[in-house]
Design a protein around this ligand. Structure first.
Ligand SMILES: Cc1cc2nc3c(=O)[nH]c(=O)nc-3n(C[C@H](O)[C@H](O)[C@H](O)COP(=O)(O)O)c2cc1C
Length: 145
């Protein structure tokens, strides 16, 4: 069974809700176990043993939240992250998504993209919810293969 962790941080709830949609998409793939993880309760061992990681952060001061940055600081030079599939997602308040920064950090620790990142202003709505699910599904398919 492939294991996916949806790692996110969220003070206001927007990114948490996006993470829930990403997780719902990953659960559409048979034989996949999906675990949401708030970065405030980071479990590095669980992330190391995951077959794929979805990483979501809010834009705080034009950068990913400090809690998500902390994950990358810990993941640096950890062999377990080399080659691990990931997808990135973010919410923002109008200043722009920061999934490109998440992509850069993910690749800096050796992870490999399973799909292009997704950015949403505020809460995901309508087709954005579908896009979140597709993102999670793409990761789960890659992690299962
Ligand atoms: C401390 C802080 C800094 C923020 N800085 C930015 C910013 O630089 N650019 C932007 O577009 N939105 C900014 N926002 C708005 C958040 O990115 C936006 O509301 C996001 O959806 C919040 O996610 P959350 O509800 O998961 O915490 C900021 C919000 C907070 C709390």
């Amino acid at each position: 069974m492939a294991r996916i962790v949806v790692l996110y941080s969220s003070l206001g709830g927007n990114t948490r809700q996006m993470a829930e949609h990403v997780a719902a998409g990953a659960r559409l793939v048979p034989g996949v176990e999906v675990t949401p993880m708030d970065a405030a309760a980071l479990d590095l061992a669980a992330l190391e043993s995951a077959d794929g990681i979805a990483i979501g952060a809010p834009n705080y001061f034009s950068y990913p939240s400090g809690l998500i940055k902390h994950f990358f600081d810990l993941a640096h030079q950890r062999a377990a992250f080399k080659g691990k599939p990931y997808v990135a997602f973010s919410t923002h308040g109008g200043g722009g998504g920061i999934s490109p920064v998440l992509e850069k950090l993910s690749q800096a620790v050796g992870m490999k993209p399973a799909a292009a990142g997704l950015d949403v202003m505020g809460l995901p709505q309508g087709d954005q919810v579908k896009d979140c699910r597709k993102l999670g599904q793409a990761l789960a398919v890659r992690a299962s293969s």
